[in-house]
Design a protein around this ligand. Structure first.
Ligand code: CA
Length: 237
């Protein structure tokens, strides 16, 4: 299956540079100058991945990413954010808005293609090892569903982004053990040389936020100086 990638970028030269490189790498590419055009293009069929510029006329990329994450249909659409801002706080803000990864301008087309490839690969589950459960959390790799099953309550479906899902799947498959950020990057993100360890913290934060409606965020523990673990007996209540 050929992946279709939608580029939302108001600078035609940059959009064209990205398009040429992605096309060369074997992807189908569409371009939109701003978000309202992109919305129209996504109405019929969603792309495999969205490349979204931060600074756009009208609605910003950050705002658009937030809206896509709030919408059931586009919740798990992979988003790669383009930003001219290189401050660490801006990067974190970009990831907090719902982007799965970001590239800072000026970027190397080779790096961008590598990140697109990695992000698409992350869509495939870590493995197909049947349903997982820990505490009230259940993860079904067939339906990609995560639910919380609490006593005397209807099972509650939890909405996770693609990276958070993969992170949770890895933690649940390897419970009660502390995983360093480096190990998580290796196991969850794979061979992505461009990802910084700080990214793990951002996605753990997002994973906890996704689990918190069912009060399940406490099952993900931070082990100071070491990393993270999932446990069926959380120390904090
Ligand atoms: Ca721009």
């Amino acid at each position: 299956m050929t992946h279709r990638i939608l580029i939302v970028e108001d600078e035609p030269s940059i959009a064209e540079l990205i398009a040429i490189n992605l096309t060369h790498a074997g992807y189908e590419v569409e371009k939109a100058l701003q978000t309202d055009i992109a919305i129209g293009m996504m109405r019929e069929q969603l792309p495999s991945l969205l490349i979204l510029d931060w600074m756009l006329p009208g609605k910003s990329g950050v705002q658009f990413a937030k809206e896509l994450r709030a919408n059931e249909r586009t919740r798990s659409l992979p988003i790669l954010m383009l930003t001219a801002k290189s401050e660490e706080s801006d990067k974190v803000l970009g990831l907090d808005s719902g982007a799965d990864d970001y590239v800072t301008k000026p970027f190397s087309p080779k790096e961008l293609v590598a990140r697109v490839r990695a992000l698409l690969r992350r869509q495939t589950p870590v493995d197909d090892s049947g349903p997982l459960a820990i505490g009230p959390l259940k993860l079904d790799p067939v339906s990609h569903r995560v639910t919380a099953v609490l006593p005397n309550m209807e099972p509650q479906a939890l909405a996770l982004g693609p990276t958070e899902y993969r992170l949770l799947q890895f933690l649940m498959a390897n419970p009660e053990r502390v995983h360093s950020r480096g190990n998580l990057l290796d196991k969850v993100w794979g061979n992505e040389v461009y990802i910084e360890e700080r990214t793990v913290d951002v996605h753990i934060k997002r994973l906890r936020a996704a689990l918190s409606p069912a009060d399940c965020d406490r099952y993900i523990e931070t082990v100071r100086g070491s990393g993270y673990r999932i446990t069926k007996i959380p120390t904090q209540t």
